[in-house]
Ligand binder design. Structure first.
Ligand SMILES: [Zn+2]
Ligand SMILES: [Zn+2]
Length: 319
């Protein structure tokens, strides 16, 4: 860590944090390059998710997709011509063949998005046959693709035969970083659209996965880290660790799914396909967040034995 760079950056960032709505503080912060040490080893997700958001805003700023989503008569050629016109006006010093090439590149990406969204209105929930097919694809070891949780027999019965949710036994203890099971619905098998329906995700086999109710709710319609809602984001008094922050569920789900394997330095082979995976902060003095995160299997979990707590601990009101 470069103490000078980090110190200077933290000073300027501190101003922006303190005065959230100050134009000057934000302009000063935006001028500085973010030191690599700030982002941690998950910088690729943190930067990647931000860049994906910017790309989406850029596309939407050029062309409002609403008319294309609503009017079938507006096709790709129309979109391309419109983009070419817009870019020609903005890039008047640029040769026309370069403008056309850029319009074509942008039109292809924008059209893919528009096509997804056009179809999303026609989506139905998965058919009975599809559910059966998905089941067979996940046999013999159906797990949540986001956390690796192995579904219980009652959840299987409910999924296949419409069994009663009351038959799904709630656990006695809960992982305080991911308190799945506080509600029976957390333990059910749900069909998740990897690309959310809201973002145009299709109801076809490629886009459908089994998720536990907890992860499915945490992921919801999100595609990046930055949309995290703050539900269940609070502090608990852990009997051994003392006061700890409970991370935002979306972070837990996204970081686990993107790493997808145990990160123990021994080179453990556990993955989401074979094991349930747990999150813990890399720097144990700090709170878990996208900059401070490690994924472990139950064997290498540094919090094995203290991770699971009773409902009372989770529901106690923090001061
Ligand atoms: Zn899950
Ligand atoms: Zn492991």
């Amino acid at each position: 860590m470069n103490p000078h760079l980090v110190g200077n950056w933290v000073d300027v960032a501190g101003e922006a944090l303190e005065t959230g709505w100050s134009r000057k503080a934000l302009t000063d912060l935006a001028k500085l390059e973010v030191p690599a040490d700030i982002l941690g080893d998950m910088a690729w997700v943190i930067r990647g998710d931000a860049a994906a958001t910017w790309a989406q805003w850029f596309l939407e700023s050029l062309i409002d997709s609403a008319p294309y989503e609503s009017r079938e008569d507006l096709g790709f050629a129309h979109l391309y011509e419109e983009l070419r016109r817009i870019l020609r006006d903005e890039l008047h010093a640029c040769p026309m063949d370069e403008v056309s090439a850029l319009a074509s590149q942008i039109a292809k990406v924008a059209w893919r998005e528009i096509s997804f969204r056009r179809e999303s209105g026609l989506r139905k929930s998965p058919s009975k046959e599809q559910r059966k097919r998905l089941w067979l694809r996940n046999e013999p070891d159906p797990r949540c693709y986001l956390c690796g949780y192995k579904f219980c027999e009652a959840a299987k019965d409910r999924f296949l035969n419409g069994g009663d949710i009351g038959d799904i036994a709630r656990p006695l203890l809960f992982d305080f970083m991911r308190p799945r099971g506080l509600h029976a619905v957390d333990l059910t098998i749900q069909i998740d659209h990897v690309r959310p329906v809201r973002a145009g995700g299709a109801t076809d086999d490629e886009n459908l996965r089994f998720a536990c109710g907890w992860c499915n709710r945490a992921k919801s319609g999100h595609m990046q880290l930055y949309g995290a809602s703050s539900w269940v984001n609070h502090r608990i008094q852990h009997p051994l660790l003392g006061w700890v922050s409970i991370p935002r569920p979306l972070w837990v789900v996204r970081m686990t799914q993107l790493r997808a394997r145990c990160e123990d330095p021994s080179g453990c082979s556990a993955t989401l396909a074979t094991n349930e995976l747990y999150v813990a902060p890399k720097r144990t003095t700090g709170a878990f967040n996208p900059s401070n995160c490690r994924i472990y299997c139950d064997v290498h979990d540094p919090w094995a034995g203290i991770r699971f707590v009773g409902e009372k601990v989770l529901s106690a009101k923090s001061p």
